[in-house]
Design a protein around this ligand. Structure first.
Ligand SMILES: Nc1ncnc2c1ncn2[C@@H]1O[C@H](COP(=O)(O)OP(=O)(O)OP(=O)(O)O)[C@@H](O)[C@H]1O
Length: 239
């Protein structure tokens, strides 16, 4: 279980916090879509969990203990990638094995092969999409029970996105807690259990997908409600 209480994140340039989470609990095994408009605080929230960024207040616990004592049990899969670019995937695996006790080399290699990535190709010579796939292989091979994914669809072509979803679904044992940020809500709607929508750094909606469906709504309906999206707003620009 992941618990966030009174977490506030502020950047030096901003007076007001860019993130304020009063009380948020994510149960083990849940797959959560962390959604919201550009700048709503999704990446800041994931970074706060990882102890990155400027957290001013708050407490973040994983299974009752401060998250800061157990970063090795969390995999943070980011758009930027967290690998030293001069390494090859092979060398990177040795680096990961030192830090993550549950790292599985076999799993890593199988995923690299599945993605047609070479073990001995310098990471710096890979394309953006290939680097992002490597980041996913590394993230899933860490054996972490908590996975935070920041925009895992970013920079991937349609088939790579479909492959990613297949890989994700087949990699999960049901014990992992997953938090995924994305703007591609149609692709994620059938995968997530719960949607947390941020607006200006605060939780604007927190709903289970089954409940949304029972009300005859879709995830995009919820997004529009929570974000207060006005379809006609753009029309007034040049009227
Ligand atoms: N390094 C920084 N310095 C100052 N402000 C920042 C910094 N990084 C982010 N912010 C601000 O924090 C707020 C939240 O940004 P964040 O990156 O978390 O949003 P996001 O929801 O992930 O957005 P996107 O969907 O565009 O990736 C934004 O207002 C942004 O301008």
């Amino acid at each position: 279980m992941l618990e966030l209480q009174y977490v506030e994140s502020k950047f030096a340039v901003n007076e007001t916090p860019v993130l304020y989470v009063d009380n948020l609990t994510i149960k083990s095994g849940e797959i959560v879509g962390l959604l919201g408009a550009n700048g709503s605080g999704k990446t800041t929230l994931l970074k706060a969990i990882m102890g990155l960024g400027d957290i001013r207040h708050g407490e973040i616990k994983l299974n009752g203990r401060p998250v800061s004592e157990q970063f090795e049990s969390i995999a943070f899969i980011t758009e930027e990638g967290s690998f030293p670019p001069r390494m090859t995937p092979e060398r990177y695996a040795r680096f990961l094995a030192e830090f993550y006790p549950s790292f599985s080399y076999e799993r890593y290699v199988r995923m690299l092969q599945w993605y047609d990535l070479e073990l001995d190709k310098p990471i710096k010579s890979m394309s953006k999409g290939q680097k992002s796939k490597l980041e996913i292989c590394a993230g899933f091979a860490k054996g972490a029970k908590t996975l935070l994914m920041d925009e895992p669809f970013q920079g991937k072509d349609l088939f790579a996105r479909q492959d990613f979803l297949k890989l994700m679904v087949s990699s999960l044992t049901g014990e992992e807690t997953l938090i995924i940020t994305t703007h591609l809500i149609d692709e994620i709607e059938n995968v997530i259990d719960r949607a947390i929508i941020l607006k200006q750094g605060r939780v604007a909606a927190d709903r289970y997908i089954d409940d949304i469906r029972q009300e005859g709504k879709s995830l995009s309906d919820l997004m529009a409600e929570a974000a207060g999206y006005k379809e006609k707003r753009s029309h007034s620009l040049f009227d």
